[in-house]
Design a protein. Structure first.
Length: 408
């Protein structure tokens, strides 16, 4: 009733082997059919792999069952959650299945057909069989069995496809003391995974493990400056005379990001105004990444009052806004002076308050070339802050203690 037809394609990439095959299914007067052998016969003799079996028609579904269960109950009761595709582990070219379980092909429920469940027949079609195997697994020795072997095959393949170093993955499996990445690896193997969700779960776990592996590698790389200034020196660095004024910026994540920018640029202060989130605030800490303690900050209910107070101290205040009179930020001249300058950044939706725009000493904008007329407020703030420092000569090598292009 089922036979392997042909190989659709066979490709070997730098990280993985992928084989796709088609198993033809003939229509037959039966309520279900065992396709385990037909699928197994279509598999290449790989020592370890993961295989996804999918139906090419919506009239049939797949399930992993002990066929004896169908002798005591109808399909709708025994297998209510039939799937259009199921993933399995493969060892030595054979499917890894629980004891007595088989891969069964079942007709889909059709309440409008008027047919009794026992009268439904399978319709002809194809099963699409996709085999994935990391190259490192093609000659891999034996390992765990059962559900753990299925999970391990899925995770190893997902790690290889995502580019994780095969030696680092092997080290996870043999380490005497598990690292953070190793604990995530072991946790995944110890969980129960529904067959139809296995590959998606493996890919998520692989991304997590891959990040932890990259983090470990970065910590060992002597040429990377991964330590913040607080870890390198106890000297209190004098701030640049540059203040950020946040005019009713709504998002705590944008505000936290601006605190981080202010720290890296050694800005003198951030003035939060109106309903702008301000310390202490739980959501600020995540994107500020420790900068809440290193940047001086005050809060004002009125942005206009904050601007006028700065101007009384001799600070030149510039609004960042797209207006008819705004000057390209790269063409604007930002005088340093003793008092320095301040940049006003506005609300994500309506921008800087028009009353504030009428009171500032100038307005600058960042040109845009797409459909949107402005950047995200946190991104825009970082661009102009560093343009100010460039104009002041602070980006020259001899005037800075360290430089980094690393993002976190």
């Amino acid at each position: 009733m089922a036979r392997s037809m042909f190989i659709l394609f066979f490709a070997r990439a730098a990280t993985a082997l992928v084989v796709q095959r088609s198993v033809a299914v003939d229509g037959a007067p039966a309520a279900w059919h065992d396709v385990t052998l037909a699928v197994s016969n279509s598999l290449p003799p790989l020592p370890h792999a993961i295989v996804t079996v999918a139906s090419s028609t919506e009239r049939v579904r797949l399930a992993v069952l002990d066929p004896a269960m169908l002798e005591v109950g109808p399909v709708s009761v025994v297998a209510p959650n039939r799937q259009s595709s199921i993933a399995f582990g493969v060892r030595d070219g054979a499917l890894l299945l629980p004891e007595n379980a088989r891969l069964l092909l079942l007709p889909v429920d059709d309440s409008e057909s008027g047919e009794a469940e026992g009268q439904r027949c399978l319709v002809p079609g194809d099963l699409q069989v996709t085999v994935e195997a990391a190259e490192a697994l093609l000659t891999s020795p034996g390992g765990p069995s059962g559900a753990t072997a299925i999970a391990q095959a899925a995770l190893r393949t997902a790690l290889a496809v995502q580019g994780s170093d095969s030696a680092a993955v092997a080290a996870l499996e043999t380490a005497d003391e598990p690292t953070a990445a190793g604990r995530v690896y072991e946790s995944f193997l110890g969980q129960e995974h529904r067959p139809e969700a296995l590959m998606a779960a493996a890919r998520r776990a692989a991304h997590h493990i891959g990040h932890l592996l990259r983090e470990e590698a970065a910590a060992k790389a002597a040429y990377l400056r991964n330590n913040d200034a607080a870890a390198r020196t106890t000297q209190r660095l004098s701030p640049h005379p540059l203040t950020l004024v946040l005019d009713n910026v709504r998002s705590a994540y944008n505000v936290g990001s601006l605190f981080r920018t202010a720290d890296t640029a050694r800005c003198a202060e951030i003035v939060t105004c109106g309903y702008t989130p301000h310390p202490p605030h739980p959501k600020l800490a995540k994107t500020a990444f420790g900068a809440l303690d290193s940047v001086a900050t005050t809060h004002e209910e009125s942005t206009l009052h904050a601007v006028r107070a700065l101007q009384k101290r001799g600070v030149k205040v510039y609004a960042m806004e797209t207006t008819d009179s705004a000057v390209n930020y790269a063409a604007a001249a930002f005088p340093r002076g003793e008092a320095g300058i301040a940049l006003v950044l506005g609300n994500e939706q309506i921008g800087v308050d028009t009353n504030v725009l009428a009171a500032v000493d100038g307005t600058v904008e960042i040109p845009t070339f797409g459909l949107k007329n402005s950047l995200n407020v946190a991104s825009a703030g970082a661009i102009v802050v560093y343009e100010v420092l460039r104009q002041w000569g602070e980006l020259e090598g001899e005037k800075r203690e360290a430089c980094t292009i690393r993002g976190e």
